[in-house]
Design a protein around this ligand. Structure first.
Ligand code: DQA
Length: 166
């Protein structure tokens, strides 16, 4: 497991809303640990440490962001089980698992069926890429999908979770 770290806001940026105490899990699938050097023309040149910092700065008071990445399908599924048990909202970039992992889909469905938000995000716009990327087996069980805005896809998802829960 790679836990990129957590960030909690102490306040200034985007702190119009205070939501008490909330942790948002930001889960990333295979090859996203290579962001920064992996296909920068598609994914940009920033890594997950930079993402963690940006989300921490965007989070309002009382919101902690926990960013994790794994190349292991079972580990990612286990994190979703943990989100259900701890009642934690999830931002999920399933990476290539998006396109074929029914195991991940079933775990994602457990999150949303538990009444928790799970927002599927993508850095790129998969629909503008190879045809195998056009299908997501996750989207139908996600609360919503945000794709194509670089790291802002995650920030928009965070904003939406705060709006919904806050
Ligand atoms: C991705 C898109 C997927 O098709 C790809 O396999 C990834 C990253 C994205 O964030 O744009 O690894 O999820």
């Amino acid at each position: 497991m790679s836990e990129l770290g957590s960030a909690s806001s102490t306040g200034s940026v985007g702190s119009a809303a205070s939501v008490g105490s909330l942790t948002v899990l930001v889960l990333n699938g295979p090859n996203l640990g290579r962001l920064g050097s992996r296909e920068p023309d598609v994914y940009g040149s920033q890594d997950l440490v930079a993402l963690t910092k940006q989300l921490g700065e965007a989070a309002p008071d009382g919101v902690s962001i926990e960013v994790r990445q794994t190349d292991d399908e079972g580990e990612l599924i286990g994190w979703l089980h943990g989100a259900v048990d701890a009642r934690t909202p999830v931002i999920l970039n399933p990476a290539a698992f998006t396109h074929y992992s029914y195991g991940l889909r079933d775990a994602a469905a457990m999150v949303t069926k538990a009444g928790l938000p799970l927002i599927e995000v993508h850095i790129s716009n998969p629909h503008a890429r190879e045809s195998f990327r056009h299908n997501s087996v996750i989207s139908a069980v996600a609360t919503g999908v945000i794709a194509g805005f670089g790291f802002d896809s995650y920030r928009l998802a965070l904003d939406q979770i705060i709006r919904t829960i806050g």
